[in-house]
Design a binder for this molecule. Structure first.
Ligand SMILES: *[C@@H]1O[C@H](CO)[C@@H](O)[C@H](O)[C@H]1NC(C)=O
Length: 296
């Protein structure tokens, strides 16, 4: 019983350049590192559980000029492949992308130093979406429970310890967020906050449209805001991951589109845990100008 959270995770995870990662992904990491970007690729980057699917759907609607029916034609993970995702021949983000016509939109959770060099060489446009660490930790905890390939996360406080130590896939949230924040002045990178999107989705959607070089007409913005609301995305079979079997993603344990709110951490952190987390957070983020809101 002790083994559940303390124990060894080597059955599920190994390391790539020091970062904890899904073992199945690491096995073919050469394919990721040598990935050939195209100059018109759009790269969507997040730490896990930070609104990736939400932003992905927004970008896809922009590319489809507001035609949401075109977006419904296929599951999100086929329209916007997950670069480093690999499970033998069953899932292969690199292969999906190779076979895809341009312009491609792709998703990755990689910290800046692990992004394949080709994306920098080709000067691709990238959008990083950042969400406050407390809500990410809560969401990741549920994700561990519902998605195959994760060890038992133990109790929430036990999981939070691992999160603080960066002993979760993709490593330290703190290092991840800081690595991309340092690049925010690069004109090819748009840095967004989940909390800003919850606060004023129109404002943030307009930023995305303009970054992609399109005209933010009222009609397009209206359509995106309507189509990518939490309720729409939760009820949309092409975005709610419903087509994955329970063995891979068991939405009876917890739905993929769970709450999509800011501040659910308050329902999970005890006062003591919160204090500990805040102290550690301050140490980790010392010297960084990156500021996240944990409530709005
Ligand atoms: C996904 O959407 C479909 C269609 O609206 C719905 O039947 C299904 O229950 C949804 N799945 C989840 C897990 O919410």
């Amino acid at each position: 019983v002790m083994a559940s959270s303390k124990g060894d995770n080597s059955e599920f995870f190994s390391r790539v350049h020091g970062i904890l990662m899904y073992k199945d992904f690491v096995k073919y990491w050469d394919d990721v590192e040598t990935f050939q970007a195209r100059s018109d690729d759009i790269v969507i980057i997040t730490y896990p559980k930070s609104g990736t699917t939400w932003l992905s759907e927004i970008v896809d609607v922009v590319f489809k000029d507001g035609d949401v029916e075109k977006c419904k034609r296929d599951a999100i993970f086929n329209r916007i492949p997950f670069l480093e995702c690999r499970k033998e021949e069953m899932m292969n983000g690199v292969k999906q992308l190779k076979e895809m016509a341009s312009p491609r939109i792709l998703k990755t959770h990689l910290p800046a130093q692990l992004l394949p060099a080709s994306f920098w060489e080709k000067n691709c446009k990238m959008i990083y979406l950042c969400r406050n660490a407390k809500d990410v930790a809560v969401s990741f905890y549920y994700f561990f429970q519902m998605v195959a390939g994760h060890p038992n996360p133990g109790t929430f406080p036990e999981f939070v310890e691992k999160f603080m130590d960066g002993e979760v896939p993709y490593g330290s949230w703190y290092e991840h967020a800081k690595s991309w924040w340092e690049l925010r002045k690069n004109p090819r990178l748009l840095f967004l906050f989940y909390e800003d999107m919850k606060e004023d989705i129109r404002r943030e959607v307009i930023k995305v449209i303009q970054f992609l070089g399109r005209e933010p007409s009222k009609e397009l913005v209206d359509k995106i805001v309507q189509h990518t609301s939490f309720q729409e995305m939760k009820n949309n079979p092409s975005t709610n991951y419903t087509i994955l079997p329970d063995e891979i993603m068991n939405q009876k344990i917890s739905p993929f589109m769970r709450k999509g709110i800011i501040g659910d951490w308050k329902n999970h952190f005890t006062e003591a845990l919160n204090k500990k987390f805040d102290m550690h957070y301050e140490q980790q983020m010392k010297g960084s100008t990156l500021k996240l809101r944990t409530e709005i």
